[in-house]
Design a binder for this molecule. Structure first.
Ligand SMILES: NC(=O)C1=CN([C@@H]2O[C@H](COP(=O)(O)OP(=O)(O)OC[C@H]3O[C@@H](n4cnc5c(N)ncnc54)[C@H](O)[C@@H]3O)[C@@H](O)[C@H]2O)C=CC1
Ligand SMILES: CC(=O)C(C)=O
Length: 257
């Protein structure tokens, strides 16, 4: 039997890399998408050397045509499309008084736009293939509660929860579920950069910056990417078939619902 196919954006490092590796271990053929192809190439090579099946595609998720082309290339090369993980994102530190129109537009087009184009392209491809599937979007604990210094980023992550609910209702008729995952403080290049900027703005070091986010985690530790990819594995697999429109928080107990 041929493998199910998963498409993952921002798969060259951090959480996206972990999701690609986990879904490959779960038995999916995986398409790794990112702006920097040398990074997705490296992760795809590792997966292929370990007995998985991976391809690497360059695309900027803010560009609708590039996202559609990447989805079409995935179907052409891997033969199907069952799961789309809209994981790519950027998180500049944005104290409110420093937000610029250019920054607001760019971050919104990547984080929110990338999710919208990913859902559109997934819907079009799945309809053409004649079957349903699962769409999974990256939000954040910063999309559930306000985080100081992250006004622009937080606005996109709140929006992604709304888009997840709206499109879950719209796409159910085509047997597509739409869910989201909300990580907390995950040690990746993104989080290291935020900790550095927040520390620097306060005249402190990176560890101080990290602790401003990490000090209230109920489980007493920051997160590894694998904590998040385990939840995405559930959302991509059959055990979540009766779940749609939900955001699953995987933050060690920062936000309680
Ligand atoms: N690290 C954390 O603590 C948290 C991360 N998240 C979310 O999880 C997702 C992954 O985050 P990390 O792995 O930490 O980030 P990261 O910065 O380490 O990796 C993100 C990847 O996305 C790619 N990317 C960025 N813009 C892109 C674009 N326009 N088109 C294509 N690819 C692009 C980058 O090149 C990079 O490979 C993001 O959506 C982020 O907002 C959510 C909560 C916490
Ligand atoms: C980067 C992020 O999503 C945080 C700090 O929650």
């Amino acid at each position: 039997m041929s493998k199910k196919v998963a498409f993952i954006t921002g798969a060259g490092q951090g959480i996206g890399q972990s999701i690609a590796e986990r879904l490959s271990n779960d038995g999916f053929a995986v398409a790794l998408v990112g702006r920097h192809k040398e990074k997705t190439d490296k992760v795809a090579d590792k997966i292929n050397q370990n007995g998985g099946q991976a391809i690497s595609i360059a695309a900027d998720v803010a560009d609708r045509d590039e996202v559609f082309a990447a989805v079409n290339q995935t179907v052409d090369e891997l033969g199907d499309l069952n799961v789309v993980v809209n994981n790519a994102g950027v998180a500049p530190t944005t104290p409110i008084d420093e937000v610029t129109p250019d920054q607001l537009q760019k971050v919104t087009m990547i984080n929110t736009g990338g999710v919208v184009w990913g859902i559109q392209a997934a819907h079009a491809a799945m309809k053409k293939l004649g079957h349903g599937g699962k769409i999974i979007n990256a939000t954040s604990q910063a999309g559930e509660v306000g985080n100081p210094n992250l006004t622009v980023y937080g606005s996109t992550k709140f929006a992604i929860r709304g888009i997840t609910q709206t499109t879950a209702k719209e796409l159910a008729v085509d047997d597509i579920t739409v869910n989201a995952y909300a990580p907390g403080i995950v040690i990746t290049p993104m989080m290291e950069d935020i900790a550095h900027e927040v520390g620097k703005n306060a005249g402190k070091d990176d560890e101080w910056g990290m602790q401003t986010f990490a000090k209230d985690i109920t489980l007493g530790r920051v997160s590894k990417p694998e904590d998040v990819s385990a939840v995405v594995s559930f959302l991509a697999g059959p055990d979540s078939d009766y779940v749609t429109g939900q955001t699953i928080t995987v933050d060690g107990g920062m936000v309680f619902h």
